[in-house]
Design a protein around this ligand. Structure first.
Ligand code: KG4
Ligand code: ZN
Length: 344
């Protein structure tokens, strides 16, 4: 097996085009990101067809820019990776088509990467990186889940959202408060000026055993409260945002602690867009100080979607002798179903 490999990766699962180059010996060589936020802002959310068309426009110029900046030539590449799922099917197809065409032309393998596996491995790009085994809390726009990571490619979902994902709840609450898309960062920013104790929202599902989440009831409570307050009064809006955020953060924290206790593990990895949330990080830092646990995050720019995490994950699959030349796109794909692909 060749141990030194250069991998080009493409992320196109939702509203960000990400490309990255990773060298299995030298680490991350570079990455580029193009966010479609402005494109979708006027619609208040991601429009899948517009997302796909924009990935078509941006992926190749972004790849050329990355190759130029890293001074790497196409012929130096050993593999091409892309996000195969979960995500928007049209958007995924763009990355898959470009990755497969490029790899076919260069005569090199293709690696189909699971987007959530890449999120949970993103802290591996940091120094210090976590050691296996660990618990991963994955909180993004489409998923909220607690995963037991025994070792690379061995994932067991301990609990997940039965309805809205944490990021989705942030996005919906942002709409109720007339805040711009993307909602999570906007709610978090407004919450900084608010008092989290103003409105007493229930911490969903904490009195039931198990590690599943549910944010839809909390969302309804926020909606009902938003009708009773004056949405033109910034302080009232900020208090509502802070009270909502506190309920989400407390719920995530309680479930993380429960997952660690249940598995007897001491390492916690937090990843996905919501892991950028400052209040979540503050309260997790308190948990880290009070309990004998270690918490790892990706750097802020790698909390949300990016190509670097896809490149890193592909590199690990290649180092484990795993790559696959099949054209795979899976809009729905559980992390528990990840298998090491066979070497072509
Ligand atoms: O992982 P990600 O970039 O994309 C998906 O794979 O879904 O996550 C995006 C989600 C959005 O719902 C966004 O509102 C949320 O992460 N988000 C945040 C923050 N930054 C992003 N939620 C709360 N606080 C933040 N600071
Ligand atoms: Zn994501």
């Amino acid at each position: 097996m060749i141990l030194k490999m250069k991998i080009l990766a493409i992320e196109s699962s939702c509203d960000e085009t990400g490309v990255a180059l990773y060298d299995t010996e030298e680490g991350l060589l570079g990455h580029e990101l193009y966010s479609q936020v402005k494109l979708h802002a006027e619609f208040g959310g991601v429009v899948p067809e517009l997302a796909s068309r924009d990935h078509i426009r941006k992926t190749i110029p972004l790849t050329k820019k990355l190759l130029k900046e890293t001074k790497i030539e196409l012929k130096e590449l050993d593999a091409v990776a892309y996000t195969a799922g979960p995500g928007l099917v049209g958007a995924l197809l763009v990355g898959a088509s470009i990755a497969h065409s490029l790899a076919f032309a260069l005569g090199i393998p293709v690696v189909a990467v699971h987007h959530m596996e890449a999120h949970l491995l993103a802290p591996m790009l940091e120094n210090p990186a976590p050691n296996y085994p660990f618990i991963a809390l994955l909180v993004s726009g489409g998923h909220s889940m607690l995963v037991e990571v025994k070792e690379f490619s061995q994932y067991h979902t301990l609990g997940e959202s039965v309805d809205d994902a944490a990021g989705e709840a942030f996005d919906k609450v942002a709409k109720m408060l007339n805040l711009p898309y993307p909602g999570g960062p906007a709610v978090a920013k407004l919450a900084e000026q608010g008092d989290p104790n103003t409105f007493k929202f229930t911490r969903p599902m904490i009195n039931r055993p198990g590690l599943d989440f549910s944010f839809s009831g909390l969302k309804t409570q926020v909606l009902n409260t938003s009708k009773k307050i004056d949405l033109n009064n910034n302080q009232q809006k900020a208090d509502l945002a802070a009270s909502f955020q506190e309920a989400v953060v407390d719920t995530l924290l309680i479930k993380c602690r429960r997952a660690l206790e249940q598995t007897n593990l001491k390492t916690l990895v937090i990843a996905g867009g919501v892991s950028a949330n400052k209040r979540l990080r503050e309260k997790l830092a308190i948990l880290q100080n009070n309990q004998n646990i270690e918490i790892f995050y990706p750097r802020l720019e790698f909390c949300t979607d990016n190509g670097a995490m896809i490149a890193y994950t592909a590199a690990q699959h290649l180092l484990h002798g795993s790559a696959c030349n099949d054209f795979i796109v899976k809009p729905r794909w559980r992390v528990d179903d990840i298998i090491l692909q066979s070497t072509p």
